[in-house]
Write a protein that binds this ligand. Structure first.
Ligand SMILES: [Zn+2]
Length: 122
């Protein structure tokens, strides 16, 4: 399969996981349920991945400030389409490049044309 096709497929998997996390977060906010950490799902490009990632609301919001950024379990990076921009013992944040950026921007529920964070390190 071509690199372009593969990059787009990975990005589509990741954006669909992001949709699920967005719904999870907004549902919990409406319920005024505010635990210290939420179990988000890993937004990596592996469709079969069922890992969860513990993050606070605040940490999640920082990741969401940029349409190209996704939240993953440490090590679940797909280097042909993204690179790690932040990491700690619980999670890593990856940023898309190349073809995948268009897919990630177009599918951001919070913005019609993609958002960019000012901070280089989320
Ligand atoms: Zn994963």
């Amino acid at each position: 399969m071509s690199l372009e096709w593969r990059q787009q497929r990975i990005a589509k998997n990741e954006t669909s996981f992001r949709d699920i996390n967005e719904r999870l977060e907004s549902g919990l906010r409406q319920a005024r349920h505010n635990p210290e950490r939420l179990e988000f799902i890993c937004e990596c490009g592996d469709r079969e991945c069922e890992s969860s990632v513990p993050l606070s609301f605040e940490e999640y919001e920082v990741v969401r400030e940029d349409s190209r950024r996704f939240l993953i379990v440490p090590g679940h990076v797909f280097p042909e389409t993204e690179h790690v921009v932040a990491s700690n013992e619980r999670y890593e944040v990856v940023e898309k490049f190349g073809e995948a950026v268009d897919v990630a921007d177009a599918s951001d529920r919070r913005s019609a044309d993609g958002r960019r964070s000012d901070s280089a390190t989320p």
